[in-house]
Design a protein around this ligand. Structure first.
Ligand code: FAD
Length: 361
């Protein structure tokens, strides 16, 4: 997957969002002979599937009885590879503006600018923002021994690790740090801090956590983080945790991890002058066009009567949006329905050897 750094990038289509629907959009655009640029604020593709439930099984993808969120994304990445999309990851799209010449100026927070003939918004529930741990003085320790992401295991070997959070990411991290790797590579103590003893995680994750806690391999402290402790050299050495009775205690640490989940934020999409309905983009279900011709919206980001936020629905929407994008880009072309099974042209686009001579068995 390639990225470009040119000043202004000319594009037939820019897809905003590399979740499952944005990726399938690339496939459907490819079948229409349209090569897409794909922009996502995250440093990786996959949207919610990878960010929120990478290891959980999905059971309602047609003809795939079960696959995890990550596997689905891997399969989509494989499926779209023949169309060689150009990815711009780690870029949040801040503005989309229609110019007087009809092109859309698409700008990212990293200063990358596109001039696109069409824009397909697959922004899901918006850009994900890490839920911050708001404690006075803590921010300056980020990137040292405080992080919002799981560091490499070596950085925690034989250390006292404190994890703040009650969601899957926090409990999963505690369980994995205790179970994975050779004992010498594991932390010497793992403490989970959450405001109460009831977690917002999947039952299986909670059970795994409780089992290790009951066996004395993991510790749990109920309460809110209300302060920090530092050494004379300014190193973060502990946090103050205040329980529901107002009693505070210090939990000492070598490494602090805040894994409190992500906040979806529709963000800049709301400011692009597109018609919104309950903070989602209103679309026409024939073409999945927004109120601005040339700008389409697919997947969780859109709404229409009967909308269901399912991956399957997004795949359907992306298919019709691709037909409509082709009609917008090539007004003189007859946009025909072709089957991937039998169309030689689609086989060429997919980079397949000629299959016209193949016999069905
Ligand atoms: C726990 C959980 C389990 C689920 N299980 C299922 C299931 O079993 N079956 C099912 O069908 N659905 C399931 N879903 C719902 C499914 O994940 C969503 O319907 C699907 O992810 C929507 O895909 P999407 O591509 O539209 O959006 P998303 O997956 O949300 O991806 C949108 C992408 O757009 C990016 N983005 C947003 N705004 C910008 C911007 N301004 N600039 C750049 N990038 C931007 C985001 O970073 C994100 O990567 C589940 C959801 C959750 C939370």
């Amino acid at each position: 997957m390639t990225t470009r750094d040119d000043d202004v990038i000319q594009a037939d289509s820019v897809v905003i969002g590399a979740g499952p629907v944005g990726l399938f959009q690339v496939f459907q655009l490819g079948l229409q002979e349209i090569r897409a640029h794909v922009i996502d604020s995250l440093p990786h593709v996959g949207g919610q599937c990878v960010e929120l439930y990478p290891d959980k099984p999905i059971y309602d993808i047609p003809a795939v009885p079960v696959c995890t969120g990550r596997e689905l994304i891997e399969r989509l990445a494989q499926q779209i590879a023949p169309f060689d999309p150009i990815f711009h990851l780690g870029h949040e799209v801040t503005t989309v503006e229609r110019q007087s010449d009809g092109l859309f100026s698409v700008q990212t927070n990293q200063g990358r600018r596109f001039l696109a003939k069409t824009v397909l918004i697959a922004g899901g529930v918006g850009s994900f923002q890490t839920r911050p741990l708001k404690v006075e003085g803590l921010a300056q320790h980020e990137g040292r021994n405080f992080s919002y992401r799981l560091p490499a295991p070596e950085a925690m070997a034989q250390k006292e690790v404190v994890i703040v959070g009650g969601v899957d990411a926090a409990l999963d991290a505690a369980v994995r740090l205790r179970q994975e790797g050779a004992p010498a590579q594991r932390p010497k103590r793992i403490v989970l801090v959450y405001r109460r003893d009831v977690f917002q995680a999947e039952a299986a994750t909670v059970t795994a956590f409780q089992r290790l806690r009951d066996a004395g391999h993991l510790e749990f402290v109920a309460g809110q983080v209300t302060g920090i402790e530092t050494s004379t050299e300014g190193q973060l050495t502990g946090i103050s945790v205040t329980d529901s009775n107002g009693d505070a205690r210090v939990v000492r640490l070598d490494v602090l991890l805040a894994l409190q989940g992500l906040i979806p934020k529709l963000g800049p999409i709301a400011d692009w002058g597109l018609t919104l309905d309950h903070r989602q983009l209103a679309v026409n279900t024939e073409t999945f066009s927004t109120n601005v011709p040339g700008i389409f919206a697919v997947g969780d980001v859109n709404t229409y009567p009967g909308k269901r936020k399912l991956i399957l629905s997004g795949f359907h929407e992306a298919t019709l949006a691709a037909f409509a994008t082709a009609a917008h880009l090539f007004p003189d072309r007859r946009i025909q329905l072709q089957y991937t099974t039998t169309s030689t042209k689609l086989h060429q686009l997919l980079g397949l050897p000629s299959v016209s001579h193949r016999r069905d068995h």
